[in-house]
Structure formats: structure tokens, C-alpha cells
Design a binder for this molecule. Structure first.
Ligand SMILES: *Cc1c(COP(=O)(O)O)cnc(C)c1O
Length: 355
């Protein structure tokens, strides 16, 4: 049976990306060696890193003066590496969910942290509104898409200070005004690659200003200076990332990804709003187009498990909501197809007809 992958991360990748990576794992560039067996310093691998970097710069239209680096440790390591490198005196954090809160916790080890606004009291069912941003912050940290709760900023907010963003779950899904940011980071396993590599975009002349000694591996300058080759980078995930970036470019770039994301989300949210069994969990104006969260309406609560089983039988994978929200979450990253969301919507309609 055909599977429709709605996993929140690691998540769906374009089939051709997987197939091309699989071929290189068997025989890298006709060398007779696997991509898994070669040195990261092999002359055939440097072009992979170079192309991945160039494609990210091209697709996001990154201005000069920024570097793109590939590290291990996930977005979670960035929660500490960002403040270690950029927190001089005081940083602001927008508390919009689990990941934003974790980032804020780590920053507190490095200086004063202001929670600029929070929607924690409402279980993060909307984004904070009408908050004031102090003008004396080193940076304002935002999580652009809240993977767990299904809210999304989807714009580069205007602030009197530079931004730093965790874009793990919506990078490459829309154009970004990178000039507003000191840094952008993303665990690649949601929208750019398989698990194992983190992409960090840093503004070069903001590095080296923090008033502390940094361990070599934590200092971004180490990796900028060595082109992500200070130590062994995650070779296969970087290769997959390069293939995915080629795919994004061949399919119209981030503008096309943005249009498609909105189209997919509209199809699913329209059904959530129409179908008597379901309701969305977040404020309409803050709905994410990447992670679409919904629950059973109160009078149909006992149908949650039956719907899950029904959808699973139809090939849906990964639609169970995060435990802190419950219900369902359909993650629709770049590789998600209109066919996939239509299959989900059809399952919702057919299930409704039975009840
Ligand atoms: C998944 C996710 C993370 C955690 O990423 P790891 O690579 O597992 O550390 C952080 N932030 C956001 C927004 C995420 O979606």
C-alpha cells in the first residue's frame, strides 16, 4: 500500500533525493567506494560541501558577509552555542513553545535573558501579540515555526534589534530576509536532509564579540575558517542536503515552496474547519503551514483512536499529535505532495460519513 508520510521529523524527503543518495552510498561518483567510506577531505567530497553551501546561499538569497556552516549536535546544541557566541550582555527570547523555551533556558547560562513575550499561559495555542521589544538587546531569539504546537510566524518580524532564529521546521519553505538576522539555524532533518547535520547561517562580523573564552568546537569562527572541515562533518547527511537543495531549486526555489505549502495547508485546514468531527487547535491567524494540528471535537472524543486506525489503514503515517497537544498533527514539509494531503482529507471525509 502507498504510504503518505506526515512525520514531524525526521520526515519525508523527495524520492529522487533518497534514490540519488542511495546510489552514492553504493558507489560514490564511480569510485568503487561508498559515500560512507570516503574521507571528508577526499577531493570528490569538497565539491559536495561547496555546492550545498552555494545552493543555500542562492536559494535564501543570503547577502555577502554571511557564512553557512554544517555542524553536528542538532538544533539543540545551537540552544547553547548561539548565546555562547552572541550573548554579550542581554538577549530577548520570544517564548512560543517547547523549543523556544529550551533555547531560553540555555541562554540564561551566558547572561541576562528577557522573556519578551509568551503564550505559555494559553498552552501556546497562539503567538504573542502587541509585545514591546527592548532596544538594548544583543538579539531577539525567535522560533519561526513551532513544530509541536503548530503556530508559525512566517515572516521576518520588524524589531529594533537583530534577530536570531531557530528555523528547524520551516527553513527553505519561504523567502527570508536574512539581513535582519545575526544567525539562523536549523536541524536539517525536517526540511533539508536526513538527521545528522545542522545548518547555521552566521553574520561574520558579529563573531568574536562575546566576552568569554569559547571552547574551540563551540566557537563558530573555527568552523567558518575551516569551511566546516575543522573536524569530520556528517558526510552522508551533507550529501543528502545537497541533493535536497538541488531539488528545491529545480522545483522553483523557495517562492514555489511557499506557494505549495500554502496550497497544501489550505486543503487540510478547510477540511478541519468543515468536518463536524474535527477542530484546529491554534488561532486561525497563527496556523502553521508546516505542522497542521487538529483534534476531535469534544462530542467525538472517543473517535480519536478509531480515526487514527482508519487513517493508518489508508496509508497515513505519523499523524499522531505530539503528547503535549494530543489529537493529530499532519506535518507537511517541502516534499509533501498535494496527493498526500488529498489522501488525508479523503480519509477525514470518509470517516465522517461513517459517523
Ligand atoms: C526538531 C526541532 C528542534 C530539535 O532539533 P534537534 O536537531 O533534534 O536538536 C529544535 N527546534 C525546532 C523548531 C524543531 O522543530
Amino acid at each position: 500500500m502507498k504510504k503518505y508520510n506526515f512525520n514531524a521529523g525526521p520526515s519525508m524527503l523527495p524520492r529522487e533525493v533518497i534514490e540519488n543518495t542511495a546510489k552514492q552510498i553504493l558507489d560514490f561518483n564511480g569510485s568503487g567506494l561508498s559515500l560512507m567510506e570516503i574521507s571528508h577531505r577526499a577531493k570528490d567530497f569538497q565539491p559536495v560541501v561547496d555546492e550545498a553551501e552555494a545552493l543555500i546561499k542562492d536559494l535564501l538569497d543570503i547577502p555577502s558577509g554571511y557564512s553557512v556552516i554544517f555542524l553536528g549536535g542538532g538544533a539543540s546544541l545551537q540552544f547553547m552555542q548561539i548565546p555562547a557566541n552572541f550573548l554579550i550582555k542581554k538577549a530577548g527570547y520570544l517564548n512560543t513553545g517547547t523549543w523556544a523555551k529550551k533555547a531560553m533556558k540555555e541562554a540564561k547560562q551566558y547572561g541576562e535573558v528577557v522573556e519578551v513575550a509568551s503564550s505559555a499561559d494559553d498552552n501556546y495555542t497562539h503567538l504573542p501579540k502587541n509585545f514591546e521589544i527592548p532596544a538594548d538587546l544583543d538579539y531577539l531569539h525567535i522560533c519561526s515555526n513551532n513544530t509541536i504546537y503548530g503556530t508559525e510566524l512566517r515572516k521576518d518580524i520588524d524589531a529594533p534589534v537583530p534577530l536570531i532564529a531557530d528555523m528547524s521546521s520551516d527553513i527553505m519553505s519561504r523567502p527570508v530576509d536574512v539581513s535582519k538576522y545575526k544567525a539562523i539555524y536549523a536541524g536539517a532533518q525536517k526540511n533539508m536532509s536526513m538527521a545528522g547535520v545542522t545548518v547555521i547561517i552566521v553574520k561574520d562580523d558579529e563573531l568574536g564579540k562575546a566576552p568569554r573564552e569559547l571552547p574551540t568546537m563551540i566557537d563558530y569562527r573555527t568552523h567558518v575558517e575551516k569551511g566546516s572541515m575543522f573536524n569530520t562533518p556528517p558526510v552522508v547527511p551533507i550529501y543528502t542536503l545537497m541533493e535536497t537543495m538541488r531539488w528545491v531549486k529545480a522545483n522553483g526555489g523557495v517562492e514555489a515552496m511557499d506557494r505549495l505549502a500554502k496550497q497544501r495547508a489550505e486543503i487540510v485546514y478547510n477540511e478541519i474547519d468543515r468536518n463536524k468531527l474535527f477542530r484546529g487547535t491554534v488561532a486561525e491567524e497563527d496556523r502553521s503551514v508546516m505542522n497542521l494540528c487538529f483534534v476531535m471535537n469534544d462530542e467525538y472524543k472517543d473517535l480519536e483512536k478509531p480515526f487514527f486506525d482508519f487513517a493508518t489503514e489508508r496509508g497515513m503515517v505519523g499523524i499522531k499529535g505530539h503528547r503535549s497537544v494530543g489529537g493529530f498533527r499532519a506535518s507537511c514539509y517541502n516534499a509533501q505532495t498535494i496527493e498526500g494531503v488529498n489522501a488525508l482529507v479523503q480519509a477525514m471525509k470518509d470517516f465522517e460519513a461513517q459517523h
